[in-house]
Design a protein around this ligand. Structure first.
Ligand code: AMP
Ligand code: GLY
Length: 427
């Protein structure tokens, strides 16, 4: 097969890397790709937002399968356009991508389908938001309904902070259109985990559990980011809980989507809070998580091209057993100093071969080559250094030992990725 991967981040590098190692895959094309992806795929300069560009590229290249990494092109209808060209796509229609593209839609659907999630109110005015904040006793999360690259959620420390967040979104245009509608929901307590499902309508295959670290700083402190590290499996999700998620969350959600005439296809990401009352949905996404995809691909032990093509063509029963490495995998994200605010691009990154020689896989995110051919940073999150181990502790030790060889003073990374799972392992 010839496979086209849409996107150019760490998640897409992990997908490309595993696809390039699949028996069934002869060629991988990535657009736009990045400096690391270029080692495993032919990169074509089409921006991930350029729907027309992708339709043209697909007509020219006639790929057997397109795997869409990021959410924005899915919400904008890329999968519909490609399917209309007769091309197999891993990714939902625009109608089904509303599960991520509109938090108001997702919450309403969960409500109708009886899926456990935080109680909520959808608000269009500040007065409505203030009433909702008071109703939940000031203990709320305030969320821009539309796409905001993971930055549109404020878990408020007080009712005043919640009101301020709601005002910024509804009246001051923070997040633009995405913040014109706001979801105010009660604050949930518990540990978070991510679960991914490969979906064809109402049939689905569960992937191993994982957990990411959204906060910038050690101890899960500081602002939210796209994700500073991740590992798989997430030991806080036991088999019984995973089955409960399938039964109480995934099956009714997919049934409701089908009933609405918007059947889901592609990757369903269920962001969970494990509360005392059981698992509840924090959010749905319609794609792999980044960086959760990196440890998942490090552990996948089969022919990824074959599996993703079968899902894209709707040819799964839901009973297939996917092959996984029994070992744990852990990914540490290296970001540009200053991220998630301002940072300087174009800094030369050295030592990457040594990091790999030390036994880690280096997935590239925001990297490019300068005129001299050197690898430089070109984004906020830059590398995902990933290692396997018998335990999460061992995977962590290997990832950090390899990272010691990185020579990039302008980069930084958290020192404690995996801490919750390791505390659990060692208890
Ligand atoms: P979301 O994009 O909706 O997953 O929100 C981003 C992050 O905000 C989540 O990963 C949680 O850490 C936090 N969060 C979201 N909703 C809630 C909630 N209802 N209660 C507590 N924390 C939340
Ligand atoms: N790691 C969080 C996300 O991909 O949304």
């Amino acid at each position: 097969m010839k496979v086209l991967v849409v996107g150019g981040g760490g998640r897409e590098h992990a997908l490309v890397w595993r696809l390039a190692r699949s028996e069934s895959v002869k060629e991988v094309i990535a657009a736009p790709g990045n400096a690391g992806i270029a080692r495993d795929a032919r990169c074509v300069p089409v921006g991930a937002e350029d729907i027309e560009g992708f339709v043209r590229l697909a007509r020219e290249e006639k790929p057997d399968l397109v795997v869409v990494g990021p959410e924005a092109p899915l919400v904008a209808g890329l999968a519909d356009r490609l399917r209309a060209e007769g091309i197999a796509v891993l990714g939902p229609s625009a109608a089904a991508a509303r599960l991520e593209g509109s938090k108001a839609f997702a919450k309403q659907l969960m409500h109708e389908a009886g899926v456990p999630t935080a109680r909520f109110v959808v608000c269009r005015t500040l007065a409505e938001a203030e009433e909702a904040i008071a109703r939940f006793g000031g203990q709320v999360a305030v969320k821009a309904s539309g796409l905001a690259a993971g930055k549109g959620v404020v878990v408020a420390e007080s009712a005043d902070a919640a009101k301020k967040a709601a005002r910024a979104m509804l009246e001051e245009g923070r997040f633009g259109e995405a913040g014109r509608e706001v979801v105010v929901e009660e604050r949930l307590q518990g540990e978070e985990a991510s679960m991914f499902f490969l979906v064809a309508g109402e049939r689905f295959l569960r992937l191993p559990t994982s957990q990411d670290h959204k906060r910038l700083l050690d101890g899960d402190k500081g602002p939210n980011t796209g994700g500073m590290g991740a590992y798989s499996p997430a030991p806080c999700v036991d088999e019984q809980t995973a089955q409960r998620v399938e039964r109480e969350i995934v099956a009714p959600t997919l049934a409701r989507m089908a009933e609405m005439g918007a059947p889901f296809a592609g990757v369903l990401y269920v962001g969970l809070m494990l509360t005392e009352e059981g698992p509840k949905v924090l959010e749905f996404n319609v794609r792999f998580g980044d960086p959760e995809c990196q440890p998942l691909m490090a552990r996948f032990a089969g022919d990824l091209g074959e599996v993703l093509a079968a899902v894209a063509r709707g040819e799964i029963t839901g009973k297939e057993e996917l092959p996984w490495d029994a070992r744990a995998a852990l990914c540490v994200v290296v970001a540009s100093r200053g991220y998630p605010e301002r940072y300087e691009k174009g800094q030369v990154i050295r030592g990457l071969e040594k990091v790999e020689e030390a036994g880690a896989i280096v997935f590239h995110a925001g990297t490019a080559r300068n005129e001299a051919g050197e690898i430089v940073n070109a984004g906020g999150r830059v590398l995902g250094v990933t290692a396997l181990g018998e335990t999460i502790r061992e995977a962590q030790q290997r990832a950090y030992a390899a990272l010691a060889h990185l020579d990039w003073p302008g980069g930084f990374y958290r020192r404690d990725i995996g801490w919750r799972a390791i505390a659990r392992e060692e208890n």
